[in-house]
Design a protein around this ligand. Structure first.
Ligand SMILES: [Zn+2]
Length: 161
């Protein structure tokens, strides 16, 4: 591997955590306003989306006119197994079978522990932006941002076993 590729791969690995429930590799670095992870690529491309970087770092190509889409519909996810290439059109069609994928993941709509932590750390985003990004209500987004956790997930509120 070229030195530059190694350097990128090392930097990339430090920027995500693995959600053991869904298998999603959640980006913890900076994100674009759209919710996609941001990765410094350089070489004229400068910042590219983290999931696209994941694809390129795996040595895969992006066919002309195609983009990298999420099969899991988790925008900050950079797990290569959750990604595929498609045209914009296919991406919309895939949204419609979204339900199937969530069904397979077994966690419809629910936020993962990692996502709660992630939202806690989003100090510079408004509730509205977070709501859009995670598909939750604005009110819920604000509560989570301010440190709220569901009782079952909050170690402070959990009763002793
Ligand atoms: Zn994923």
């Amino acid at each position: 591997m070229r030195r530059r590729t190694v350097e990128r791969a090392v930097r990339f690995k430090q920027k995500y955590i693995i959600d053991l429930d869904t298998g999603c590799h959640l980006w913890i670095g900076n994100t674009f306003r759209t919710g996609y992870g941001m990765f410094w690529w350089g070489e004229g491309r400068q910042y590219i989306s983290a999931h696209t970087a994941a694809w390129l770092l795996a040595g895969r190509n992006i066919p002309d006119g195609h983009e990298i889409c999420h099969k899991c519909h988790v925008r900050p996810c950079v797990n290569i197994d959750h990604l595929t290439t498609g045209t914009g059109k296919e991406n919309v069609a895939m949204s419609n079978i979204n339900g199937d994928w969530h069904h397979r993941l077994g966690k419809p709509q629910a936020l993962t522990d990692a996502q709660y932590l992630e939202i806690h750390s989003l100090k510079h985003q408004t509730g509205k932006e977070i709501a859009r990004q995670y598909g939750i209500s604005e009110r819920h987004a604000c509560r989570i941002k301010n440190g709220w956790l569901p009782t079952a997930k909050n170690p402070l509120l959990r009763t002793h076993p």
